[in-house]
Design a protein around this ligand. Sequence first.
Ligand SMILES: C[S@@+](CC[C@H](N)C(=O)[O-])C[C@H]1O[C@@H](n2cnc3c(N)ncnc32)[C@H](O)[C@@H]1O
Length: 309
Amino acid sequence: MEYSHVPVMWNELRFFLTPVAVSGAVFVDCTLGEGGHSRLMLDEFYGVKIVAFERDFEIMNIAKARLSGYGDRIEFINANFDAIEEYLSGKRDAVRAFVYDFGISSFHFERSGRGFSFRDDEPLDMRLNERSGICARDIVNRASEMELTEIFANYGQERWAKRIARFLCRVRREKPVETSRELAELVLRAIPVRYHVKNIHPATRVFQALRIAVNDELSAIEKSLPAAIDILAPGGRICAISFHSLEDRIVKNAFRRAARGCTCREEQCRCTGVPRISILTKKPAVPVAPEIEHNKRARSARLRVAEKL
Ligand SMILES: C[S@@+](CC[C@H](N)C(=O)[O-])C[C@H]1O[C@@H](n2cnc3c(N)ncnc32)[C@H](O)[C@@H]1O
């Protein structure tokens, strides 16, 4: 099946990145995916080099092939963006921008075969890095009813979390839940039909919750943003695109903390005690209507931008 991932909010990103795209600048693409944003940046900002992080080895190789024509203007790092400090400490003065485009790519839903989509019948894996950690099948079949309830409620904001968890535990006593379709059907049966929302599959939130739990997505964001603020050269910018309120809240709070100055609140301040960034988007920027018309995924995108002082 053909698929393509359309980069979101490029016009807005370009607007905020242009002033810092000076010759010799390094831009860090923390979420390379298939390289959509990286390619746009390489084409637009001729003097800029990119360091690109991607946790998923398979999709990173797709991007590598797509961007091979740009030679050494782009460096690929197969790592979690929670480890940027480890890789970028030598480039501190040169880094003028960080770009985050959270979540997963169309590749994951449509090509990876790892059970991200409730529309397909695939093994329930959902790991971005297949060499590490537990997979969705482990969580679904081993977590307690209470743990499952918390995952569905906290990461999926699913109002039927408890009911779905209870139903799931009953079903798995007969037979383990192995595939994305089995899980999707089970959720469908657990939520009363009169509460099914038109145009949104009832399993959407459960799948989001499991993916976030499997990949510990929110902790990675929490860890990465302060590191990015630290590494960024003065005047440099962080642009972060979120797709749900859990991600957006982390970005908003991380920016607010750094804009406020002292955060340690200890008698003897251990932090710098002065604001380190200025927030350029008082409210998050949202895509314009024509973009949403052409790219459904852009519907929920929110861009926040901050500048290092
Ligand atoms: C929405 S896609 C990015 C799409 C890309 N900006 C484009 O325009 O083609 C997000 C990508 O980030 C990767 N990713 C998610 N969390 C990550 C993390 N903590 N560290 C590194 N990469 C991550 C995913 O594997 C996915 O490929």
